[in-house]
Ligand binder design. Structure first.
Ligand SMILES: [Cu+2]
Length: 180
């Protein structure tokens, strides 16, 4: 039983990996007025194989248009129009896609969505982050660093000089004692 569940789970994960994700436009806000789809889209990655899911009320619909119509909020030359409250649009090719709500006044008040579809195997860089820079190999081999003098010799050299000083002083004292 557990094995069966595990197999189904792996299968579902694999299916999701192959067929991509359902991206709900606007998230919980859906396709509606008073939502900033530009900001929303900037935080999303749209890949080939994903699907755009539009959820909307009866006063709205979805029209796919070209760039010029998108910029002008014009719905006179619609590539594809969708109605019915829930529309899933598969993203089958890379490049920009433009959508708007053709209801009068809705596009100009923000109901417009522009996305850029990237290849499924593309590794996107989220906005605000820089791609990892190639770290250059260390060009200074460790052999170049001069060998540090062993610390015991430095200590003993000081010890020797002190010894020599004591030895010299004692010789001088001895000599003076002898002379006097
Ligand atoms: Cu609308």
């Amino acid at each position: 039983m557990v094995m069966k569940v595990a197999v189904v789970f792996v299968f579902l994960v694999a299916v999701r990996a192959v067929y991509g994700a359902d991206i709900v436009v606007g998230g919980d806000s859906g396709w509606s007025q008073g939502f900033d789809y530009g900001t929303w889209a900037a935080g999303q990655v749209f890949k080939v194989g994903d699907s755009l899911v539009f959820n909307y009320g009866g006063s709205h619909s979805v029209a796919e248009v070209n760039e010029a119509s998108y910029k002008a909020c014009s719905s006179t030359s619609v590539i594809r129009s969708h109605t019915g409250g829930s529309t899933s649009i598969p993203l089958s090719a890379t490049g920009p896609r433009y959508f708007l709500c053709p209801t009068l006044g809705h596009c100009s008040s923000g109901m417009k969505l522009q996305i850029n579809v990237v290849a499924a195997n593309a590794t996107p860089t989220p906005p605000g982050t820089t791609p990892p820079a190639n770290t250059p190999p260390a060009d200074t081999p460790p052999a170049d660093t001069p060998p540090s003098p062993p610390s015991p010799s430095a200590g003993s050299s000081g010890f020797i000089s002190l010894n020599q000083l004591i030895f010299g002083a004692s010789i001088a004292c001895f000599t003076a004692l002898f002379v006097l």
